[in-house]
Design a protein around this ligand. Structure first.
Ligand code: ADP
Length: 282
């Protein structure tokens, strides 16, 4: 196991939270935040008291995904009060750190002029607040949207709070998968149970005829490559559950962009395969 860093406090439980489920991916852009927010909303839709904590420093996306912004207020104990939408409590690095926003008319993103060292200090302070000083109220499940990768930030979070289980998001692509296997190794070494893998962008569902096309080579033996390198095969090899497939679907992206994730956007669409896919993972 990893050596404990000197002076690092013992892992703590997050106050008033029964279970913490981390959603992790080895690299960015595989749909980790999209899965995390839809997972949390699926819990909320089932009457489970749920929250989402976004610890992504460089690309916090929960504010956009939940259409929330603004600085959280502090309660009488100096704890951050979560912002809520669609019945889901949320807290994000994005609410705490000044974000460089694109100019609404030109679309240009201004340079972040905050000095690096100061930004570092702000990040450390904000991370501590996020992990230890949020008034979640009683929650059954807190979904933790981790930054991508297996670096220092992920280790620190793992050392500071008790994570009850981890969900790994990957795409069928080889590189993402190889990295995901490394991610599983990190959780196993930290004694965090890996709940399973989600295969995002698993196939493309044609909006016109419904035909499913596998865009990325799956690598599982029932596909063209012949070698057992796919998600299913890796799950079997590592003794990790396969939690389900999410289709690559323009609607998932559109829903995300307008701040109304698929699980909420298609609430009344009984037969939406996209929505069902997220609910099935939860
Ligand atoms: P990550 O958190 O891994 O960086 P995001 O959740 O931010 O990834 O997703 C990256 C981009 O891909 C976003 O624009 C998102 O809307 C899009 N996306 C994620 N999953 C899907 C999907 N299943 N179908 C279509 N677009 C998706």
């Amino acid at each position: 196991s990893f050596p404990r860093r000197r002076g690092v406090p013992e892992k703590r439980k997050i106050r008033d939270v029964k279970k913490v489920v981390a959603v992790s991916s080895a690299k960015g852009g595989v749909g980790k935040s999209t899965v995390a927010v839809n997972l949390a909303l699926s819990f909320a839709r089932r009457g489970i008291k749920a929250g989402i904590l976004d610890t992504d420093i460089f690309g916090p996306s929960i504010p956009t995904l939940l259409n929330l912004s603004g600085e959280p207020r502090l309660d009488e104990h100096n704890c951050l009060v979560p912002l809520t939408n669609y019945g889901l409590k949320s807290m994000s690095m994005g609410y705490l750190l000044p974000q460089t926003q694109a100019d609404s008319t030109t679309g240009e993103v201004p340079m972040d002029t905050t000095p690096i060292s100061w930004r570092g200090l702000m990040v450390t302070k904000a991370m501590h607040q996020l992990l230890h000083s949020v008034s979640w109220g009683p929650l059954d499940v807190l979904v933790l949207d981790l930054p991508p990768g297996t670096g220092d930030v992920q280790l620190t979070i793992n050392q500071e709070i008790i994570i009850d289980g981890a969900v790994i998001v990957t795409t069928p692509q080889d590189i993402a998968l190889r990295d995901a296997v490394r991610g599983i190794g990190m959780f196993q070494r930290m004694d965090v149970p890996v709940l399973g893998m989600v295969r995002n962008m698993a196939y493309f569902a044609c909006p016109n005829c419904g035909h499913q096309t596998q865009i990325f080579s799956h690598g599982d033996s029932d596909h063209s490559c012949g070698e057992d390198r796919g998600v299913m095969a890796q799950c079997k090899r590592l003794g990790v559950d396969f939690l389900g497939d999410i289709p690559l679907d323009a609607r998932v992206c559109e829903d995300a962009d307008r701040g109304m994730p698929t699980v909420v956007a298609e609430e009344t669409a009984e037969r939406s395969a996209r929505r069902q896919a997220f609910l099935a993972v939860a």
